[in-house]
Design a binder for this molecule. Sequence first.
Ligand code: C2O
Ligand code: CU
Ligand code: CU
Length: 493
Amino acid sequence: MGIKIKISALAISILVISGCSNTNSQPDEEMDHSTMDMDDDMKENEHMSHDEVVSLNDSTGENELKIPSMLKPDNEEGVVYTVRAQEGKTEIFDGIETTTYGYNGTFLGPMLRLEKGETVKIRTINDLQEDTTFHWHGLEVSGEEDGGPHSVIKPGEENIIEFKVAQEASTLWFHPHPVGKTAEQVYNGLAGLIYIEDENSKSLGLPGDYGKNDFPLIFQDKTFDDKKQMNYSAAMNEDGTIGDTLLINGTLNSKLTVNKEKVRLRLLNGSNARNFTFKLNTGDSFVQIATDGGFLNEPVTLKEVTLTPSERAEIVVDFSQLNTANDLALVNEDGSVLLPFEVSDQSGMNSSIPTEMNNFSLTEEEMNLPVTKKVELFGMMDQVTINGMKFDPNRIDFTQEQGVTEVWEIYNKPDEMGGMNHPFHIHGTQFKILSRDGKEPAENERGWKDSISIKPDETVKIAVQFKHKGVYMFHCHILEHEENGMMGQVKVE
Ligand code: C2O
Ligand code: CU
Ligand code: CU
């Protein structure tokens, strides 16, 4: 291995971003990005290669991972929940208070467990000193309930939304979406989880004991200043804010203690811009069981899984089959230690991974639909656009009929420097990937998705249907790109 890159917070502002790729470079200039030397790279290209991203510090594993609490309904009768956005102080570093944002607490939020079929009321309260919105990422609800940039809640005000949970079991999340403040508010800690459970998820026999063998893992990278504060404006990068410090569920240097059993990890890339490629340090494989919006039809065995911002994957690691004499850890592509595991002697529960989990399908009809919406992603820094335009809250870019499937073709147009990956997300729907550059999607992408990573020069076709009406955003989920206008609106009527 070459030299690992560790760069100070100061240098981060000149660093370019995760997911960039330098497709224009000559083969002889190509370097392995995990081993590239910073100085050589600087000499090679003043603007820096897009391949370079500051590495994450290894987790020392000194703190047990925090598990978000499960939000209780306000009373026994109705399914009414209260979600309050607030500011507070959190002890992320021993003995030091960091100013943070959170939902119903000082940092991050609780987990909202919903059942398919139930009607849910959520009272959303803004206790911040600034505007916010409550967006339910991945939830199929009407535009009114979706909590996009039009649904501003002023400081001190509240709003009640009501919707029926009609989609299948999945791991979704919620976060703010106010114009100009989304990236900063998420960075400061506004993010929470939604679990949807249904008859299927409860009957599959998968590990499902929350906090025991079924763990949410929210991955976020931050930059802390010398007072251990998250100074967003200082850390901010127009091309996506990247940090050297990993928090998982808000925990610094976390470790996870598990039994010798099958353990389900619900991975969420909740970072502003960083991509993660998760793997086990031993090279052992695991299975992926779910995508953003539901179970895969069958478990897919993998050695690594990549998630770009806002994507989720549920994986199962079978600790009863691993050699626990070794130090086990979840690591990133470059080997940085993300989450060391401590495996107890207990055998735990006897859960299983069924070979059939869902009935997701791509129909002949969907495969043959013509492309009726085209989206071109282009640019970097503050020059990002969709179809040559920047977001305008007063412009509707597309219209689509409720309940009608259309094929959207998304193209990531490269620039002279090669361009970069853009994680493309649509509100209010779970869609299907039809093809990537004309080819079938990978096995672990044959399931419901609401965000997809698109490489430079790649064309992805997706089948999109909206179950409800309203105005929905579609955008790049690198939050700084979204803020810089890489967002459009589709009106469903
Ligand atoms: Cu995670 Cu516009 O959404
Ligand atoms: Cu969303
Ligand atoms: Cu982008």
